[in-house]
Design a protein around this ligand. Structure first.
Ligand code: ZN
Length: 199
């Protein structure tokens, strides 16, 4: 028997999310069917509200519900340092270490020419413009420890070198091949503290 249309539609919607296969999508759908209607409505409302309330900061590209974001707008942050990351999840991970006090720049991806992701697809020109402002002294490249992250960091090193800022990279020791978000806070804090100048 084919699943009835409303169920098939929900399963398909769940299965379109990262990390959710058809089995899990089915399990989630049947879990929701057993919940009281209010609980399902609360869940749906939370998702819709999140999508409507959250946007990307016009300065750093991080997720925010105010403009600029609370980090860019804070007078407690060191405005001479910008940490460059691939996605907003990495900002959250680095903030959890509590040792970084500078600003961020979110690229929204990594260079991946094989899959058509080029310089124009990332927030690279925005970064260059920020670095050209006279208050920036150090740019920390904290792209993910994988091939695309390394390619991106290499490109940024060459791009930023003529601008007269210190360009540094996180120390080795992060789990290779994964995303920054998988690193634990201690490892990440150590990688930040042990960052070194790029050649
Ligand atoms: Zn911001």
């Amino acid at each position: 028997m084919q699943p009835i249309e409303p169920i098939a539609r929900a399963v398909e919607a769940f299965a379109s999310l990262p990390g959710i296969g058809p089995k899990t999508a089915q399990r989630l759908t049947f879990h929701l069917l057993r919940l009281p209607p209010e609980a399902v409505r609360d869940l749906a409302d939370a998702i819709v509200h999140m999508k409507e309330a959250v946007h990307f900061c016009s300065v750093c590209g991080n997720v925010t519900d105010v403009e600029p974001c609370s980090i860019c707008g804070s007078d407690q942050r060191d405005r001479s340092t910008i940490c460059v990351v691939e996605d907003p999840l990495a900002v959250m991970t680095l903030e959890r270490t509590r040792i970084y006090k500078g600003l961020y720049h979110v690229l929204h991806g990594a260079l991946d020419p094989l899959h058509g992701v080029t310089v124009e697809d990332l927030k690279i020109e925005e970064l260059v413009r920020r670095v050209q402002g006279d208050s920036v002294k150090e740019v920390i490249l904290a792209t993910n420890p994988n091939v695309e992250g390394d390619t991106t960091a290499g490109y940024l090193e060459r791009r930023l070198a003529p601008l007269g800022v210190n360009v540094t990279r996180l120390a080795r020791g992060l789990p290779v091949g994964g995303d920054l978000e998988y690193a634990d806070e201690v490892t990440l804090a150590r990688a930040l503290e042990g960052r070194r100048a790029t050649p």
